[in-house]
Design a protein around this ligand. Structure first.
Ligand SMILES: Cc1cc2nc3c(=O)[nH]c(=O)nc-3n(C[C@H](O)[C@H](O)[C@H](O)COP(=O)(O)O)c2cc1C
Length: 364
């Protein structure tokens, strides 16, 4: 049976069923970009054979939107709103608290409509009283709320999560390829601006794996967005997820879109050029698979790097211990990359330059 053959009516609502199906597919199937890579492998640090540091003295501490993190790592927005999300979010929340990371929740649209699955969201604050938590909503939903004069309703979602920020996701590829997705992306920027003006928490705008270009970032920053998560291509492909979900049932050949998007490292370089002009935090995500990717992201101007699929996979396929072990690996690799570049802290890592692979001979 292909994933597309699965019945979509097995869970209480279509939205809950879709969320469960997404997690199932992401964990079990190869849903990463195929031909397109993040671009981090083509960029190398200059190896420092004389670091003059003690590994244990290296500080990973940083701040995101004025909030202290123990490391520049965040658990990207994933889930909430169906029964199985409770345990996943509890584990992810516990990881955020244990390691002092930021954590995003999955889209909370359904939580605004029904209280039934609220605990699947609120559990994160219960287990992570000190973590930087951000709520999540789609750009299309932000547009709809604005058009009906209801942007303020998002306060209920922020209160439910006791969130420190709201992330608005832009996912035109996914919506287009999803049979029940929205094809109307008009008014999304106005919806985002309305959130900036109506809500007291900072607004982060993110993609979901196809990247944010410099020109899109500029339009977002001009309306007051405080952080941009490029969520570029090279990791999870939401076109891939929807293609697998549709299976043979889709009318058109969607394969050409599997690898659609701006590679993460390229998006990061484009958007970071705007940093001198606008004060904002830049988040790198989409295919972050090692702590070296995190280190390279910081060197390219990111405040923090986000990871989604590998973390949920570690928990769902294994257990909480596996999730914690994976986070520890990311942190060890980040610290090792800092050691091997002679970077004693995050500001020092920020000053490191990356070189195209062909031009040097180091091993990183
Ligand atoms: C199971 C799953 C569910 C996701 N749900 C959301 C979501 O609700 N909102 C959102 O902004 N991004 C969502 N994402 C996208 C991630 O936040 C991230 O941008 C994307 O997966 C790329 O990161 P990765 O390559 O590390 O997986 C989801 C990702 C996964 C794996």
């Amino acid at each position: 049976m292909t994933p597309g053959d699965k019945k979509r009516t097995a869970t209480p609502s279509a939205t809950e069923g879709r969320k469960a199906e997404h997690v199932d597919l992401v964990v079990r199937e190869r849903v990463e970009h195929r031909a397109k890579r993040t671009g981090f492998d083509d960029l190398n640090f200059e190896h420092n054979a004389l670091p003059e540091l003690h590994f244990d003295d290296i500080s990973l501490e940083t701040t995101l939107l004025g909030f202290s993190l123990k490391a520049p790592l965040l658990i990207s927005s994933m889930t909430g709103g169906y029964t199985g999300a409770y345990e996943i979010n509890r584990a992810l929340g516990r990881a955020a608290e244990k390691f002092g990371l930021a954590i995003g929740l999955g889209s909370g649209r359904q939580a605004l409509e029904s209280a039934e699955q609220h605990r699947t969201f609120s559990v994160v604050r219960e287990v992570a009283p000190k973590a930087f938590i951000f709520a999540n909503i789609g750009g299309v939903e932000a547009a709809r709320l604005h058009a009906t004069g209801k942007s303020g309703e998002l306060r209920r979602l922020i209160d439910l999560l006791q969130a420190n920020a709201l992330a608005i996701h832009l996912n035109p590829v996914q919506e287009l390829l999803q049979p029940e997705g929205s094809r109307d992306f008009r008014g999304v920027l106005a919806g985002i601006e309305s959130c900036v003006k109506t809500l007291t928490v900072p607004i982060i705008v993110k993609e979901v794996g196809s990247g944010i270009s410099q020109s899109v970032a500029r339009r977002l920053l001009e309306v007051g967005v405080r952080a941009i998560d490029v969520a570029g291509a090279g990791g999870t492909s939401w076109a891939g997820v929807e293609i697998l979900r549709n299976g043979i049932g889709s009318r058109h050949n969607l394969e050409p879109f599997w690898d659609w998007g701006i590679p993460t490292a390229e998006a990061l370089q484009q958007v970071s050029e705007l940093r001198p002009e606008f004060g904002f935090d830049l988040i790198s995500s989409g295919g972050i698979r090692t702590g070296v990717d995190v280190a390279k992201s910081v060197a390219l101007g990111a405040t923090a790097a986000g990871v989604a699929r590998p973390l949920i996979q570690a928990f769902v396929e294994h257990d909480e211990e596996a999730l914690f072990a994976l986070v520890e690996t990311f942190l060890f690799q980040l610290r090792a990359a800092m050691f091997l570049t002679g970077s004693s802290d995050i500001p020092a890592l920020t000053r490191q330059r990356l070189h195209p692979r062909a031009n040097n001979t180091d091993l990183s």
